[in-house]
Design a protein around this ligand. Structure first.
Ligand code: FAD
Ligand code: DHB
Length: 393
């Protein structure tokens, strides 16, 4: 068996694990990252697209923002569409200049992997059978790589292994309180080779359900449709997808998304989930391993970034000054932001989706809410400041 030592063992090379690795590197703290999927799989996984102002500022500050600055698309607001009309919410004007940036999560991950490799610190892809042990006292991570058994001894473990990882499930259930809400619908998402026909995102509630228009570049559009959580993708040939998107997103003045070849499609379930506390001994959970939000508020990746920023501050204070207070307050500090984002994501989801079995009363109530949210300055400001996001501190 091969034995390795490090200060922080990080499980998972998604945005949380990779960003944490680099924040620690900048503090002179050593880490080893282990990831069970291959590098190409991690880089090509199409997921989030919206970065809050604070996430963009952080990536730039740590030197991971060069391509983001060049290729990221800065948006000063979004459109909300209902009853055939598009209404703009102007984030910049309502929040004193805050904006969002559209830049694919896979691009963020690609940039962070390149930066990690440049530091020369270890990042193992395609590891098997990852286990963690003794995280109350002397933490260890064990795994197999190319048939060889490897054990890492570390001071701390960061569980950045997403919603289906092993870190959270290694904590006995009595030590965690979990909160969950399932939604009776999912999203069918596509990536299409079509130039975006709107400069900004369009969130739409239509009688036939929710739809979202987003983008990845001047030639690639990203779109989502509300569907059943167990929807059969084979029942959705390209024409049906485009007809449905057009019906749900078109405005009375003739706007509708441009069509083009579909490059990729997939179904996503919708769930709200929180595990508390986000720490057990010397194991710290960060990102989707501790909490999941439905994607409507575009918060998941941003929450993951805020968690690992908080954790990196706490670990730096511990290594530099022997201070434990920030490690002790890590969970409570993150959970305040997490529950604020949970509330916002739940609210956006409930306002913009048609639940099966909900009647005409609910639909009319949703339309009244959308009317209010797009006409009252107070309501628009509340949406804008939550969507554009709050500063890290
Ligand atoms: P992950 O990205 O899940 O990374 C975890 C990593 O751990 C993975 O690489 C996984 O392979 C690895 N792993 C798992 N198990 C193990 C193991 N046993 N051993 C080693 N490694 C393991 N968020 C936003 O902020 N804005 C958006 O616009 C947005 N849109 C979204 C749209 C969709 C369709 C979806 C699905 C999600 C969206 N999200 C959005 C959410 C966002 O993608 C996630 O919140 C984000 O990926 C969380 O990052 P993470 O690093 O915590 O977890
Ligand atoms: C995207 C994803 C989201 O969940 C969202 O709310 C907005 C945009 C996207 O993939 O571009």
């Amino acid at each position: 068996m091969k034995r390795l030592d490090t200060q922080v063992g990080i499980v998972g090379a998604g945005p949380a694990g990779l960003l944490l690795g680099h924040l620690l590197h900048l503090e002179g703290i050593d880490s080893i990252i282990v990831e069970d999927r291959g590098r190409d799989h991690v880089i090509e996984r199409v997921r989030a697209g919206v970065l809050e102002q604070a996430t963009v500022d952080l990536l730039i500050e740590i030197g991971a923002g060069e391509r983001l600055r060049r290729e990221g698309m800065r948006h000063g607001g979004i459109y909300i569409c209902f009853s055939g009309r598009h209404h703009r919410i102007d984030f910049e004007e309502l929040t004193g200049g805050r904006s969002i940036t559209v830049y694919g999560q896979n691009e963020v991950v690609k940039d962070l992997i390149a930066i990690r490799c440049a530091t020369g610190r270890p990042l193992y892809f395609e590891v098997e059978d990852v286990r963690i042990a003794d995280f109350e006292s002397a933490p260890r991570i064990a795994f197999r790589k190319g048939g060889e058994e490897i054990a890492i001894a570390c001071d701390f473990i960061a569980g950045c292994d997403g919603g289906h990882g092993i870190c959270r499930s290694s904590i006995t259930t009595q030590r965690l309180q979990t909160y969950e809400k399932l939604y009776p619908f999912g999203w069918l998402g596509i990536l299409a080779a079509a130039p975006p026909g709107s400069r900004e995102l369009v969130y739409s509630l239509h009688e036939r359900g929710f739809a979202l228009f987003s983008m990845r570049s001047p030639s690639v559009t990203r779109l989502y449709l509300q569907c059943a959580p167990d929807e059969d993708l084979t029942a959705w040939p390209a024409d049906r997808i485009w007809d449905e998107l057009t019906a749900r997103l078109a405005s009375d003045d003739g706007w509708c998304p441009n069509r083009g070849p579909i490059l990729q499609k997939g179904i996503t379930g919708m769930r709200s989930f929180v595990a508390e506390p986000m720490r057990c001994g010397r194991l710290f959970l960060a990102g989707d391993s501790a909490h999941i939000v439905p994607p409507t508020g575009a918060k998941g990746l941003n929450l993951a970034a805020a968690d690992v920023w908080t954790l990196s501050r706490a670990l730096a204070a511990w290594y530099r000054d022997g201070r434990e207070d920030l490690l002790n307050s890590y969970s409570a500090q993150c959970l305040r932001r997490v529950w604020r984002a949970q509330r916002f994501s739940w609210w956006m989801t409930s306002m913009l989706h048609r639940a099966p079995g909900a009647g005409d009363f609910d639909y009319r109530r949703q339309l009244a809410e959308l009317e209010y949210v797009t006409s009252s300055r107070a309501a628009m400001t509340s949406l804008a400041e939550n969507y554009a996001g709050f500063p890290l501190q």
